[in-house]
Design a protein around this ligand. Sequence first.
Ligand code: FES
Length: 203
Amino acid sequence: MSCETRKQSPDGVCGLAAPQMAGGPYFPETPAKFRKREVNMSTPFDYGVVDEVITEWGAHPGAIIPILQGVQERYNYLPKAIFPYIAEKLKVSEARIYGVATFYENFSLEPKGKFIIKVCDGTACHVRKSIPNLEQFYKDLGLSEKKVTTDDLGFTVQTVACLGACSLAPALMVSTSGAQDKVYANVSPTQVSHIISELRTQQ
Ligand code: FES
């Protein structure tokens, strides 16, 4: 398939749109040593972290995506300060780095919570009442459609189109750095409160 029929990233990658690419060849597995959560959002920004990631992947333009991915693994988002720094190290324009970061939905320029809760609102989950679950998360965490991350950066609540687990509807998934994603099946609003309590013990 050519780039005429597929989406082309600002980095010149001819491929599928971002959500379908997650976990694909352009998002290589992050090395285990980078999966550890050694820094967090309250840690002052440390260029040494970026240097470590650049050293791992090499300071060349072809490594933009894994480098951004490595930094995001550490901070849970991409601090704006990294763009000029990585651009200089890789000898590419800052606009190119920024273009890649904003092209893929996998990357976030806004801080996210330690726990990212993805409430599925695909057709199967929606008809089995996913919205009351979403509203329970909003209520318990003081969030809304416009404010999706708690002030203490503990939780981010998002909706997704389908988790690929429709037989478990209504389903949701909890992701946190350094751990495997966990899928919850047949969730009810009561269970939502239990899930939050369970996650709070891990904060
Ligand atoms: S619609 Fe929710 S998992 Fe598919």
